[in-house]
Every structure is written in structure tokens, then in C-alpha cells.
Design a protein around this ligand. Sequence first.
Ligand code: SAM
Length: 275
Amino acid sequence: MTTSFPMNAGDGLYSYSKNSHFQKEIIDGVKEMVRDAIIRKLDIKTILSSSNTLRITELGCSVGPNTFSSMQHIVEALKDKYLYQDQVIDSTKSILEFQIFFNDQVTNDFNTLFQSLPVDRSYYASGVPGSFYDRLFPSRSIHFLHSSCAINWFSKLPKELLDEKSPAWNKGRIHYVGASNVEIVNAYVAQFEKDMEMFFNARAEEIVPGGMMVLVTPFSGYVRLLGFFGSSLMDMVNEEKLDESLVDSFNLPLYYPSPQDMTKVVEKNGLFSIE
Ligand SMILES: C[S@@+](CC[C@H](N)C(=O)[O-])C[C@H]1O[C@@H](n2cnc3c(N)ncnc32)[C@H](O)[C@@H]1O
């Protein structure tokens, strides 16, 4: 069983759709790299075989608008790659069609997501509810996968962080940032490694041979922010505005992998190669 941590629904003042600028910057920041990977590394002819439909999925899409921006960018890069593959513009090539599967936890606000789908989109949209730590698609059905600011969310929080008797009890903090106790960091790392193993095993069944997966995760900026949130809460405890047990019982189920962490889990799993 995985726990779900949906973003705020709707499009009100505190909704995710009005409060996801940080994630937007991340998506915008990697756009050129994503396009470059598609153009240089993806062999569309081989993965398409007899069909004209490219099946794409966005894992952890939330409610937009970021997901639409990522998907539009990817569809355009794939179209360009298809038309210009082999360095010749081939006007005889048949029209490529795109089917996009927007995935998130069942508790995500899919209604808002679908209501705000861009009217001028050039793809067929579907929703796929469920945790990406489990299987989501039939075998060998997905050509391209994208996920941004999502795989850094755990399937569940390591229990030992809340256990007063454990050396990994995370007293007075809400995250591993700033923890002097190595057991706390280890508990987070171990959960990340377990989750990624499940993630890769499921995706290896679902992605066609030769397909591509783009995983984007935030790193240093976010980590600093979480340190500030934690110390603000402890300031409130010290000013007797908040009960310390509340801080002790709250831990963010988030890990920010370094490039080295990602390389390690991909290589240990062994089912994918890094481009
Ligand atoms: C910070 S939002 C990112 C949304 C969007 N990709 C973006 O960049 O703006 C993280 C999303 O990942 C989803 N998520 C986290 N864990 C998930 C899981 N195990 N399976 C599916 N979605 C998950 C959350 O529900 C949330 O909607």
C-alpha cells in the first residue's frame, strides 16, 4: 500500500495550479536538454513498428498548468524528430498521432486537470489513476515517459522516523536536512532506493524496447527551503505557539536525489541505461 500526497485541488488562491511556479522554473530549465535527448537519442522508426501512434505518459501530472507545457514541448520535439530522422525531410511520412496518459494518485483533482486541457492540443488525452510505484500500463505499451518533480515523493514515510526508540527518530525536524544523526539520512536514502527499485521494475515492463524515460527532480534549491520551514516551526515551538510533539510527528516524505544517487539506483536496478 502506498500513501498519497496530492497537491491542493481546484484553481483557488492556495491551489497547486496557482502555486507551482517553482516547478515551472524546473520544467523550463530542462526543456532544451529534453529536446536534445529526443533529437539525438530516440529512434522513433524502430519503436513505432507498424503503428502511427506514439504513446506518452506524464507520471505525477498534478492539475496543471505545468504538465501541459511539458507535454506540448515533448510532442513538438517528437514531431520534429519523426519528420527529420535520418537527416532528410521525408514528406511521404504518414501523420504521427499522440496519445498522452496523464497519471497521478487517485486522490488527484483529475476534474480540474481535464477541464483545463488546452483546446488547441495536438494529442488525445487520457487519465491513468494510481501510484507509479505499481504497474500502470500493459506490457510494452509506452514509447515515451516524462515525470517532473514527482519521483522525489516517497511511496510511504519510513516508520523509524516516528519511533522514539529508534536511532532514526527525527526529533525537532521535519526532514533529513540538517540532521546530524546519520540514521535519519540513511532511513530516507533507503526508502528512496526501495521506491526507485519498484518504479524501475514496473516501468521496464511497460516501456517498449528502445523507448525513453525522462525523470526530472529538484535538488539544491528545494532542500534549502525545507530547512527554513523546519527551523520556522521550531521557532514557533520555542515561542510556545506550537506543541513540539507536532513537529516530531511530522516528516516530509520527500527525498532530493543527487545525480550520484540517481546513477546508483539506475545501475543497481540494471534494467535501464542512462543517456
Ligand atoms: C509537485 S507535484 C508536480 C506536478 C507536475 N509534474 C509539475 O511539475 O508541476 C507532484 C505530483 O506527484 C504526484 N505523486 C507523488 N507520488 C506519486 C505516486 N506514487 N504516483 C503517482 N503520482 C504521485 C503528486 O500527487 C503530485 O501531484
